[in-house]
Design a protein around this ligand. Structure first.
Ligand code: SAH
Length: 368
């Protein structure tokens, strides 16, 4: 018998009836999962052994299997295998306080971000990204998106244990910047966000700490507006004009920049949320001063924050990362134009573990 996912409300209800359980038992179960960050029933010691064993027969807490974990001080990259044999990635990013403030071996984590995948592969064909080379295999289900978060929290708990206030370390921010285009998997993205935000049987994340990143699929941004989804929006812009954007991202042909900006304006009008614009720094292509000036013109009167992302070199693609001085000069033009901007820090970049960067080795292994 295949096991049901632990958030399958219908199955849980059946189980409750069958075992004549009081409702608080299920509350306890969800506390063990979301508050105590357990993914194995055996570790859920506030529940009787007998009940744990019964649950274990019918339910699983994650629907993904871990294939491989690679970590360094600032990142944990997790490769998951799906039930049908595909590989997907999630990356945990540890934002630490400056070393000089660290006392008593405390990890001094400012915050922990998890980058989740929303699809197996990607259909967007952005020229600087390797993920689409996998093709698009399928959407991830709600439970597969949630499973990445459940696993990450369990991993973080084992790694860091309790904070000074005795609560566990865990993921505070979720960004949909792993494999795939979340807005092309709208329903499951939406349903997974519901679990992230809710307090009952959920992660209680703040809506300000969940970010959907999109290459700019206009009809689905409109749907976000209609459905009143209150999370943050990041737009993978990467070019300040139509001509360059066309070259980098085929999606721009279907959803032109001028129209995209109009849609974003409607979004901002409704939510009054600052938009994060992702802008990749590719040597001699996106990093020219005149492009910085165009970007200022495009965003000057908009509620915007620009993240400059140093391009990550990859042997499968013949592009180069901008040099440091060029990036700084680009940043300065934006700042002088009144745009707030950060250069995405290099957490994990050295090892090509950054979010959105499928490991090339895995890519070639995945012959399915
Ligand atoms: N499809 C969505 C979600 C994926 S996000 C989107 O486009 O927003 C993936 C992020 O990683 C994007 O901002 C993308 O620009 C970035 N990325 C992809 N390839 C990269 C590379 N080679 N170097 C640096 N960032 C890259």
């Amino acid at each position: 018998m295949t096991k049901s996912f632990i958030l399958d409300a219908g199955k849980i209800q059946e189980f409750t009836k069958e075992h004549k359980l009081q409702p608080f038992r299920i509350k306890q179960l969800y506390q063990e999962i979301f508050k105590n960050q357990n993914i194995n029933f055996a570790d859920m010691t506030t529940i009787s052994k007998e009940l744990r064993e019964d649950l274990d027969k019918q339910f699983s807490v994650t629907t993904l299997k871990v294939d491989q974990i690679i970590e360094d001080r600032n990142t944990t990259k997790i490769w998951f295998e799906t039930h049908d044999g595909f590989m997907i990635e999630a990356v945990i990013l540890y934002h630490r306080q400056d070393d000089k403030y660290i006392k008593n071996n405390s990890p001094k984590l400012n915050r922990i971000t998890l980058c989740v995948s929303s699809q197996v592969g990607c259909p967007m064909w952005c020229i600087f990204c390797v993920t689409w080379k996998l093709g698009i295999k399928r959407n991830l289900g709600r439970d597969e998106i949630i499973s990445q978060l459940l696993f990450a929290n369990n991993h973080i708990k084992k790694k860091f244990g309790k904070q000074e206030d005795w609560t566990l370390y865990g993921v505070r921010n979720v960004v949909f910047m792993g494999m795939g285009e979340p807005l092309l998997n709208y329903d499951n993205t939406k349903k997974s966000i519901e679990v992230m935000l809710r307090q009952e049987a959920g992660f209680s994340l703040s809506k300000r700490h969940v970010t959907i990143s999109t290459s700019g699929i206009i009809p689905w941004i409109n749907q976000l507006i209609k459905d009143d989804i209150p999370v943050q929006l990041a737009i993978s812009l990467h070019a300040p004009n139509q001509e360059l954007r066309d070259k980098l991202m085929p999606v721009a042909k279907a959803y032109p920049l001028a129209e995209l900006m109009k849609t974003i304006d409607t979004y901002v009008k409704k939510f009054d949320n600052r938009i994060f614009y992702e802008y990749i720094m590719i040597k001699n292509i996106t990093d020219k001063p005149e492009l910085a000036r165009q970007l200022v013109t495009l965003l000057k009167h908009r509620l915007a924050h620009v993240n400059l992302i140093p391009y990550n070199n990859n042997p499968a693609i013949e592009l180069k990362e901008s040099d440091e001085a060029t990036m700084q000069a680009f940043k300065k033009i934006l700042e002088e134009g009144g745009i707030t901007v950060t250069i995405r820090d290099s957490l994990g970049r050295k090892m090509k573990w950054a979010c959105g960067q499928l490991g090339y080795e895995k890519l070639t292994q995945q012959g399915k």
